[in-house]
Structures are given as C-alpha cells and as structure tokens.
Write a protein of this length. Sequence first.
Length: 577
Amino acid sequence: MSEEKLVVLTGPLREREYPIDGRLTIGRNPDSDLHLDDLQISRKHALIEQSDKGTILRDLGSGNGTFVGDRRVLEYKLSHGDVIRMGTQELRFESTAVPSETPAPPAVKSDSGVRFAAASGDERVESADAANVYETFFAAPKSTATEDQLRQTQERLQAVYEALRTISSEQNLKRLLEKTMDQIFTLVHAHNGVIILKDEDTGELVTEYIKSGQQDQDITISQTIVNRALEKGEAVITYDAAGDARFEAGASIFSQNISSAMCVPLTHQDLCLGVIYVDTRGTTNAFVTGDLELLVALAGGAATAIRNVQFWEGQKRAYNDMLIGLANAVEMRDHYTVGHTWRVTNFTLAIAREMGWTEEKLEEVRMGVVLHDVGKIAVPDGILLKASKLTDEEYEQIKVHPERGAEMMRDIKFLHPLIPYCLYHHERWDGKGYPYKLAGDKIPIEGRVVAVADTFDALTSNRPYRKGFPAEKGISIIEEGRGTQFDPEVVDALLKAYRGGKIDQVLQDYYATDEKSVACPFCSTHIRTPEDKEVGDTFECHVCHRTIRLGFKNDAYFGERVSASGGYSPTPAAPTP
C-alpha cells in the first residue's frame, strides 16, 4: 500500500498533513480524524477509505456536499493531486504511488476531471513557435490570394475580434475562463477543452477550467504536448493522437479515443501563464493549421485578460488586508469588538443570503460590516472601555461613532460603497434612531440589515456589565421590534436563517455548555477546546485567530492569553444544520 495523505490548503489548518492509514473520517465533529471547524461542513461529512480498488472518497450524506474540483461526488476514486472541497475548505490528496520517472501531472485545484497520459519517446506532431504562428495569422495575404482566401481571412479575423471583445472586459477569473473556452468552441470543432494555469505563489500547475462533452467522465490528455507548450512556448497540433508514439501501450488514452489535439501557451509579455488544450474524440484529422492559428490568436488576448484579472484580484486582496488593518485598530482598543465584528459579519451574511443578495453584493457585505464600528476609534477610552452602564452624556458621545467612521472613509474613494454599513446601522425603522433619524425605506438597505445583525449580537453576547440573553430570547426581542425598530423584511430573513440552523454556531456562547469549552481571553467568544489538547497546550481561536493556552483552576477550564499578536480575519460561512 502506498503512503497517502491529505494536505490542508485553506483555513487555520493550512499546510497541515494528515496521513491516511486504512481510513480517515472528516467532519465538524471533534471526534473526526480530520476536524474542520467550518460552518458549512456537516458533523460527519465524508470518509476516505483505502481498498483493493484504490483509495475511495465517500460523502456521508452531508448537507452541502463533497466536491472534487467543481464536481459534486458521492463516491470517487482518488488520484494523486486531486483537490477535495467541503464548504470553504480545500484538501489535496497526495500519494507516493506516482512513478518518479513520470512527470507529475499538474496539481488539480479547481477541477480534478483531468488525467495525464505519459510520454514514451518522440511523438508524431507538428509544432511551431507560438509567436511565429501568431504573426502568420495576421500576415497580409499574398498578391495571388483568391477571393475565397480573402473572404476566409476576413471571417477568421472577425471571429477572433468578436471572441476577444467578449472576454476582454471580464473581471472574474472563473467567468473569464468559461467565456474563453466557449469562444474557442465556436471557432474550432473541439469535444474537450482544458485551461491550465500556473499558481502565482507556488508556480505549481493548476487545472482551472474544463469544458467537455463527456458527462461524468475524466478527461485524459497528453502530458507531452502540454509540456512542449509550457516549456518551449510552442503551439502544438497532432492529427491522430491514437496513433501517436507519445502514448504507452495500454495507456488510458486509447480508451478515451482521442483523435486530434491542439495545445498552445498562454503568454503575456514573455511570461507563460499556462496553456489551453483542446481535442476531439473519434474524428481523425479534425484540426487543420488554420485552427491552430485561430487558437494561438485567441490565446494571446486571453492571456492578457487573465493577467489583468490576476492583477485585479491581487489588488482586492490588498484592499481586504487594508480593511482588516482598520478593524484591528478598533480591536487594539477594545477586545470585545473583534468577536462582535466577526459575529455581526456572519449574521449579516446569513440575512443577506435569505434576502437573495448576489455574490457580488455579499463580497461587499463582508468588507462593509468589518468597518461598521470603525468610528469607535474616535470614542474616548474612558467611555469605550467602561464596565458599568453609560450615563446619558457618555451615551451621546458613543452616538457619534457612525459619523466619525463615515468621515474616515469619505476621502478614500474606493471605500465609498462601504459607508452605508457604518453610517446607518443605528437608524430605526420608526425614525427614532441616529444620527439622522431616517425612517422606513429611506434608510439604505445596508444599514437596515446591519442594524438587525448588530442588535441581535448585542442581545446574545456578554458585555462587561451583563450576561447575554439566550438566542431564543434575543430572537423574541428582535421580533417585538419588527416594524418599529427594524425593517420587517430583514427581521423575517433573520428568523428564517435562525430557524434553519444557519447561524447557531456564530453565537458567542454556542459552545458554552461543552465541558472543555473556554471563553477566548481576546474576543470573549466561547470556543470548543480541541479534543487532543491538555492543560498547558496551546491552540487557536477560530474567531480572532489568536493563540490561547488551556488552563484549569477551581475545577474549571479557562483560556489564557499567550500573545497579543495576530489579526482579525472574518470567515463568513453558513453552517450546515
């Protein structure tokens, strides 16, 4: 039996490795071999089991499903490099069974439906430097060109122009790759297409997109022509792949019935980003040189579009890091705020999902709610950190924080869409709120949604001067304010999310009844202590990601501060019932 393991790619356990010895259980249950504290993962989510038939991944009836790449699976035979997705978590399956003399296939990050056939010597293919093919495509026709040749040239140029126009403005990588492959399929008669990109951080090859006419089947492609396109920058075409010497006898390529294939590099300013591969099944000599020229021409524009999207996504990451830095500024003054911000973010997302907000709007929610209390930086410590109830005068000073937060953002243009989350979250449906006493739908919807989420957390979380209400009591108080303090539609969305079990685990005291649960000394949230931790061991809070040491005193467990370093990183999720 080969040595096999899972490598965690995302979240707090990132880069940790879990060996597979016979079987490995995965789920939110602390008793699982791989315990993932992700609210979208079921308690008993999946099982990996080694057998004579291979290593099998089985879904255990999870609510949100188990995916290998973008494909939902119930039972799946794993191969080296497969990436498994559950909720927001990604895991890579690795096996030492991959022969050392065979080039390792590209690691699969977003889709595992690709298999690579190994090379076995020189292959019967045609290839040329992609740059030369590109120049040939746009070269002026010879003076002896016929009218038909001129018409064909015009049609090809028009087709490529339309394809590039379609993809050039896309800012989402997944949609960009989908549009790119759709355009390729309109230009050439392909049955299967794959786009492979290099990971910007690791340089590892990642299968990012697949389009196939083969439903529920893996695609087998040539490792050799992919390598030639990547390493030599060549545009490669093969007319009869089944008869090509690159495939070993008995290789799965024969059963896949590949007849013709093309592969071209995605090159932007001498930087190879990856490759585009297409093939046909059962039709020999399906591609001609003109098809290769079309593919190269489209790949040039697609590479530029991909690079632009990668740059844009890098800017968004920097943007998010900056917002987290602003939230940390509040956290450094009041440790309560970190847990509050994380919880309000998740409550707001749950409400927004029930109201049918788009993914783009949800991205805005994640950023906007992080800053909803940033104006508290302007509140004096004596008031912000006061353990007893505020006086009327002190309360008036607290009430300035929405306007102070908005003022901080007004001079930063790209923060303008986030201002409503901060400025209006203390307005009331009946017009008795602050700072502007707006009423009804004159309050921007962002403020109305955060108002409900913010109040629900204030009711159910512990404050220095009182213990929070049970969740049911908090819900009943919110219901009482329906149509007076709160927008009725937003209240209904919260109730639906709560009754559906989608916010339970965000509550501050959700784990408070567990024997070994402790209150985080940084953000006040009750967190479950990992089963393998004993007194004196350290672990990470899943809310504020600070390091905690498990203590025991007076017959009770408690969390002890280890370090004040670390940052707030919201991980919005909708838990599985």
